[in-house]
Design a protein around this ligand. Sequence first.
Ligand code: NAP
Length: 255
Amino acid sequence: MRVLILGGTTEAVACAERIGRDPRFHVILSLAGRTRNPRQQEGIAHRVGGFGGVDGLAAYLAEAKIDAVLDATHPFAAQMSANAESATRSLGTPLCTLVRPRWVAEAGDRWIGAATIEAAADALGAEPRRVFLAVGRQGVGAFRRAEQHAYIIRAIEQPDADALPPITTLVQAQGPFALQDEIALLTSERIDVVVSKNAGGAATYAKIEAARMLSLPVIMIERPNIAGQNFVESAAEAVAWLGRLHDSSRSERSV
Ligand code: NAP
């Protein structure tokens, strides 16, 4: 069974590694190409770059003879998930959509919800503050509308210079991050407020725990709606779904 995994997440890599070792499957991992040097997955076939919308993806699925698609993109990658849902529906290709559980506020958390990244920028308020911004390289441009604040921006890749707000310190780093390091960073940079997407997962959760321990507010950007089919929450569930799909299609063929 030929499986396309739409990636860019820890879960996609976990699925690719597990399915890649299973002789029932041939896996192709697809990356958008946003990270110049993505972590290499040895022995796993991969492709990089957009497909060209729904039609481009449908053409790719047909040409590469893909039997099943596993959408393991990030919970904020709504466009890719919508394209995957439309393209697979038009071809009748089975789709499994993996969306990791969101973070839920605990006792001691001081979260302020924001529906969009622009709303998060507005929620910082008029008074200048020191802001830890961990929303990914592509999201920083939204904070140019709130240029009175000093931003400590952490991203894997350097954001475009013209997207940056005027008062900016850049920290280039890739998770997972440890709690003690996050506490040290928030303290040494005298951070007043953290801005985060509700990404879920363990790799970037330490900043949320650190904010709780330091009693700092977190402006938490809510997730967009994600289109999909056969929703699961973990790599293990996605792999189990593929196993069931394989077994049911084999038993159909033998009837
Ligand atoms: P997006 O807005 O949903 O997608 C924009 C376009 O990027 C898609 O229409 C598609 O182009 C291309 N694309 C996205 N994911 C792709 C993939 N896995 N393989 C091939 N093409 C892909 O996506 P995004 O939010 O920019 O995220 C881009 C990538 O970064 C995704 O792989 C995602 O998992 C990862 N990521 C995103 C975030 C985030 O906060 N958004 C955080 C961490 C990782 P075409 O229409 O040309 O096919």
